[in-house]
Design a protein around this ligand. Structure first.
Ligand SMILES: CC(C)(COP(=O)(O)OP(=O)(O)OC[C@H]1O[C@@H](n2cnc3c(N)ncnc32)[C@H](O)[C@@H]1OP(=O)(O)O)[C@@H](O)C(=O)NCCC(=O)NCCS
Length: 332
């Protein structure tokens, strides 16, 4: 076992969104909705849907390749890959194993992590702690979801909100103290899974002709309840992580919240007393890409020059489960 290393830093970011842009007007040709309703209720203008035959692992590989290039490392140096997804290529084997093979990585530790829209933060937390243990040196963390594969295109209350995409970061252990991923908090409350779920296709309701006919392989959501919980838990977990690291909100340079709904982000901003200018958002162009969402916004913000060395960056998410999480980064 190698020696303990104090810090874990992000050395490369990457993102991928499918080429197929689907506007709100396009959605209005599929379900009874309108551009005005979708924009005003969610802030979304368009989303991307994967092409025929394009799977979650294909998107993950594209985002990962970009992150590896940005980090300037050789693929052989990566010794851990975690894929946060709720829409794996198939129930098993894991999408991480498929990614390992498609990228030509070594025979390394590879596994999927399922925490729905909080998956990227759960994966960052898990990966950075595995690096801190000294057992791993360079981790590839991916968030990827093909939400179009579980959307019910007869349910206007859900299908207009989501999109497909992938994002990735390379984490590396570093011996400079006080930089990189300073801390993460993750939490859950599984007492009411029906708030946001896919009823069939698992062990409690295996796929059957009846389950398909009843459209039980698609997302079901209690939007109003999720909205209220999202604002509350994201507000709480943002304050908690700042407090336990002796920071206040005024010291935060940039917040990257899960990209679900602009009204949720507005309410969060008010709750934690930060102006919207301190948030990086791109849900207008991508919708809610679940596990990909935070990384997609992080990559975009970094490439746009919105994150500089020394910046304090707060990531915050919530998702089905319920799950939630926050990560505090001192950008290196
Ligand atoms: C889903 C959400 C946008 C709905 O917004 P809302 O303001 O709560 O809207 P309501 O559910 O009250 O619906 C208002 C009306 O719009 C209708 N409506 C719902 N979807 C519609 C659509 N796509 N187009 C047009 N009308 C729609 C409803 O049927 C309802 O009509 P009614 O009043 O005649 O019954 C909002 O609740 C939300 O974003 N929740 C959080 C969801 C989320 O983030 N999920 C991901 C978690 S990771």
């Amino acid at each position: 076992m190698s020696q303990f290393l104090p810090s874990v830093i992000i050395t490369g970011t990457g993102a991928y969104a499918p080429a197929n842009v689907v506007t709100n007007d396009d959605m209005a040709k599929i379900v009874d909705t309108s551009d005005d309703w979708i924009r005003s209720r969610s802030g979304i203008s368009e989303r991307r849907f994967a092409g025929d035959g394009e799977s979650t692992s294909d998107m993950a590989v594209a985002a990962a390749a970009q992150a590896i290039d940005a980090a300037g490392i050789d693929r052989s140096e990566i010794d851990l890959v975690i894929v946060a997804t709720m829409t794996p290529d198939m129930p098993f084997p894991s999408t991480a194993c498929i990614v390992q093979s498609k990228l030509g990585l070594g025979n390394i530790t590879a596994f999927d992590l399922q925490a729905a829209c909080s998956g990227f933060i759960y994966a960052l937390n898990t990966g950075s702690n595995m690096l801190r243990s000294g057992a791993y040196k360079k981790a590839l963390i991916i968030g990827a979801d093909k939400m179009s594969s579980v959307l019910d295109f007869e349910d206007r209350t859900t299908c207009v909100l989501f999109g497909d995409g992938a994002s990735a970061v390379i984490l590396e252990a570093s011996d400079s103290a006080g930089v990189g991923i300073l801390d993460s908090i993750t939490g859950s409350d599984g007492s009411n899974p029906e708030l946001l779920y896919q009823p069939a296709g698992g062990s409690s309701l295996p796929a059957s002709t009846e389950s398909v006919t009843a459209r039980q392989h698609y997302i079901k959501m209690n939007g109003k309840e999720i909205f209220k919980l999202a604002v509350r838990v994201m507000g709480q977990v943002s304050c908690d992580i700042l407090e336990r690291n002796d920071y206040n909100t005024a010291q935060v340079d940039l917040v990257i919240p899960h990209q679900a709904n602009m009204r949720i982000i507005d309410s969060l901003a008010k709750r934690i007393h930060l102006p919207l200018e301190k948030f990086h958002n791109n849900l207008d162009r991508f919708g809610n890409t679940s596990g990909a969402s935070i990384g997609l916004a992080l990559d975009e913000a970094f490439r746009a020059g919105r994150i500089r060395t020394g910046d304090l960056v707060l990531l915050v998410a919530f998702g089905a489960g319920l799950t939630w999480g926050s990560t505090l980064i001192k950008w290196q």
